[in-house]
Design a protein around this ligand. Sequence first.
Ligand SMILES: [Zn+2]
Length: 197
Amino acid sequence: MPLTYSRAQTALDRALDRFQLILPYHMVQTAKKRGAKDIFEILPAVDFQKFFDLYWNSFFKLHFSGVVTTCPAFVTPDQDPGKRKIYVKDDGVTKPNTLDHEVIHYLQHPNFYPKFYEVAGHNPFILEGVTEYFTRELDSEVAKERVLDKKYQPNFLQVESWTKADASRRDAMVAYCFQGEKVDMTTISGVAMPVGM
Ligand SMILES: [Zn+2]
């Protein structure tokens, strides 16, 4: 299946459906009103790269020591869900399940993305693990593909084992991710990593 706005809308609808009782009202209304056509920018590689370079220079590189020259997709760090955009590189390599992962980032509370992320150190690793955890909850086929594609597998496994150790942790993680209610996740093992959207 190619990368299409229709597939992006499916990703958005599934995430809103799953997390609608947790997401702030303003976020749900804004996401529904905008729809995938306004939230996503699915672009040829050359056009995508212009936006990647722009956001790399104005945001991502300020928080990381490593250098990343490109990536398959990223969400802009805008705090207002009416302004956030999801840029996706349509180069024949990026898979539709990337749309599901990016939708989770789009819906994250600003306290989590970008604020928790900006702290850097282990935080980007943990944030990607949490994002991957919820990506795989959206759809069992997507979950299978993500495992086969080895997408954020170490991050996912660390977050999964952290949630399994205490029954209250998954709900606490949901609340931090989508409502911005802070919870201590520093006990999740992780490695410092460069920006990986
Ligand atoms: Zn990500």
